[in-house]
Design a protein around this ligand. Structure first.
Ligand code: NAP
Length: 299
């Protein structure tokens, strides 16, 4: 039998690391499990301008700071993939990971969300061969080439600005004539000579066998590009806890105001929770609430 941790946090993004910080400062033993990279999706943001007090911080630096602050407070981190969560009759949790089992009195699920796919044929086959969901990670592979960004939100527009500094041309394809992206970012895109906006269009086909060579739009136009950066927002991935919680129609976890799910001792924080505003600040707020509620539950 492994040791019993007070609060096991699944997901090392802003929600999970904020929860970890609060729980550790409250004197609890805390482990954060993360399978990809501590810091979460925010580490893919070139620059974060909507975190009050830290204007212009890079996503990577923010991720590093969140992680090191939590570790300095006594949080343990585990780089592992969680493959199963079981709720015992005694109220504790048995969590299976690819690095062995863990036991916990409470669990905070902060699994975030994964990129929404474009949904066109051969998209999955071409991942890594011109299809990417992270401009910051993969943009440098397409230096002086022509690329497309799909989407009309802040991610698509900030990605386009980053790519415009690396690539010869960037074509943004969006399904509507108006954008979710903030006006300041939209203006910056419009003022960038090597970014072209194509609206209202959707992508109906990918061109290229082994490597992306272009996209075909819904009106039949072919746009020759060597890479497609998909920035269509994210969808929750709550399959690990689906038997322990209620999910809404879109797959988000339904929780009380204290972030507790229908399973006592299982909390949810961040983008995977059902709510109206998914922002860095609301993810951190969830982390705070879930941690304090878990501490209260442990009493
Ligand atoms: P988002 O705001 O949800 O935007 C997703 C975009 O994809 C929308 O334009 C949407 O079109 C489009 N879309 C969704 N499904 C589609 C489909 N099946 N086919 C075609 N288009 C589709 O996602 P996001 O841009 O990733 O941003 C997520 C959150 O992070 C936002 O709150 C954003 O403000 C924040 N963020 C902040 C920063 C920053 O401050 N530095 C950077 C990035 C992101 P419609 O508009 O037509 O629905």
């Amino acid at each position: 039998m492994t040791d019993m941790t007070d609060i096991l946090i699944l997901g090392g993004g802003p929600a999970g690391l904020t929860a970890a910080l609060y729980a550790a400062r409250a004197g609890k033993s805390v482990i954060v499990c993360e399978k990809e990279g501590f810091g979460g999706q925010i580490t893919q943001a070139h620059q974060v301008d909507n975190l009050p007090g830290l204007p212009g911080i890079s996503g990577l630096e923010l991720g590093d700071k969140l992680c090191s602050q939590a570790m300095d407070a006594g949080v343990q981190t585990a780089f592992c993939e969680v493959v199963g969560i079981h709720h015992h009759i005694d109220g504790t949790f048995y969590v299976e990971t690819d690095d062995g089992p863990m036991n916990a009195r409470t669990v905070i699920f902060a699994g975030g969300a994964k990129p929404r796919m474009l949904g066109v044929a051969r998209e999955e086959d071409l991942i890594g061969s011109g299809i990417s969901y992270c401009a910051l990670c993969d943009g440098a592979f397409f230096q002086n080439q022509d690329v497309a960004v799909i989407g009309g939100g802040n991610t698509a527009f900030s990605d386009a600005l980053v790519l415009a500094g690396i690539c010869r041309s960037v074509t943004i394809v969006h399904r509507r004539d108006s954008f979710r992206a903030e006006e300041a970012v939209v203006q910056a895109v419009k003022n960038t000579p090597n970014i072209k906006l194509m609206t209202p269009y959707t992508v109906s086909e990918l061109v290229g066998e082994e490597q992306v060579e272009g996209i075909v739009l819904n009106d039949g136009t072919t746009v020759p590009v060597q890479a497609v950066f998909v920035a269509l927002g994210r969808v929750p991935d709550c399959s690990l806890i689906e038997t322990l919680v209620d999910l809404d129609e879109a797959g988000y976890v339904i929780a009380s105001e204290s972030c507790m799910t229908k399973t006592p001792g299982l909390f949810v924080a961040g983008d995977c929770r059902q709510k109206t505003i998914r922002q860095l600040t609301t993810a951190m707020a969830d982390g705070t609430v879930a941690a304090m509620a878990a501490c209260e539950f442990l009493k």
